[in-house]
Design a protein around this ligand. Structure first.
Ligand SMILES: [Fe+2]
Length: 271
């Protein structure tokens, strides 16, 4: 049911029309269904809630509220000096990566690789003082900037010297990163066991737009350079994961996010 037009949701196959409450309103050639009770036909009910201007959809009408689901993660993000409700989307693009959807998440959840994979590109961050905090199903990654003045003009992640970037993962597929001049959000969608849509959304408040006008031709290549460093190792991981020699040797304490993610995920796989 993909086609929403005006006040109706229309099935693109046979043209049945439903209103936004999900009730069947009309259908082509209704005489083909002489015994149809339209009031008994309705779409599956879901739920929509919002936080910070983001819309979260739950596929069931009943169940845990968004506030409960976010479990304090929103309070963490609200420490950001800009109001989330005031963010406007200034850019959006995506990649289709040849990797299982969990690998980019594992990569995001630990910064142990920062000084190796991003040795040049993310010198703005101080990897030894990152604070990782499991929060419900989610994971806070509180990243301090270094004390170097150059962080103010870092092309991919700008910040105040000794300032912070509020980063983190909202289970199951959303990552958020704040910077001085903008917020970036990643959303992952599994396309197949070995293919993942990786979307990037860039947001700014009006004040940020005025102070730091978004220049797509300058920002995207710089941001992409960092992403490509991650995609490179993620692709290698995917390519080698079927090897008989593949095995996870040790996880560092600062890689606990990976274990946490899999613990949460495994509960959803249980019958
Ligand atoms: Fe990375």
């Amino acid at each position: 049911m993909r086609s929403a037009n005006g006040q109706r949701v229309r099935c693109p196959y046979h043209g049945w029309n439903f209103n936004y409450e999900g009730n069947l309103k009309d259908l082509p050639r209704a005489e083909c269904f002489p015994n149809l009770d339209k009031s008994a036909v309705y779409l599956a009910k879901g739920r929509v809630e919002t936080w910070g201007g983001f819309i979260f959809v739950h596929s069931e009408a009943e169940g845990e509220s968004l506030v409960s689901y976010l479990a304090g993660f929103s309070a963490y993000l609200e420490q950001y000096q800009h109001r989330w409700q005031e963010l406007q989307q200034v850019d959006h693009w995506f990649y289709e990566e040849p990797a299982n959807w969990k690998f980019p998440i594992e990569n995001y959840l630990e910064c142990y690789h920062l000084s190796v994979v991003h040795a040049q590109s993310l010198k703005c961050f101080d990897p030894k003082n990152i604070i990782y905090t499991p929060t419900g199903r989610h994971y806070q990654i509180f990243v301090p900037f270094t004390d170097d003045e150059f962080v103010k003009d870092h092309p991919a992640f700008s910040g105040e010297p000794r300032g912070q970037s509020y980063q983190g993962f909202i289970f199951p597929n959303m990552m958020i990163n704040t910077a001085r001049d903008k917020v970036s959000v990643f959303r992952l969608t599994p396309l197949s066991p070995t293919r993942t849509k990786f979307e990037v959304f860039i947001y700014q408040t009006k004040a940020q737009i005025e102070a730091f006008p978004y220049k797509q031709d300058e920002f995207r290549p710089e941001f992409e350079r960092v992403l490509n460093e991650d995609f490179g190792v993620v692709r290698s991981l995917q390519a080698s994961v079927h090897s008989k020699a593949y095995g996870v040797l040790q996880l560092a304490d600062i890689e606990y996010g990976i274990s946490h993610f899999h613990q949460v995920l495994s509960k959803y796989y249980q019958p």
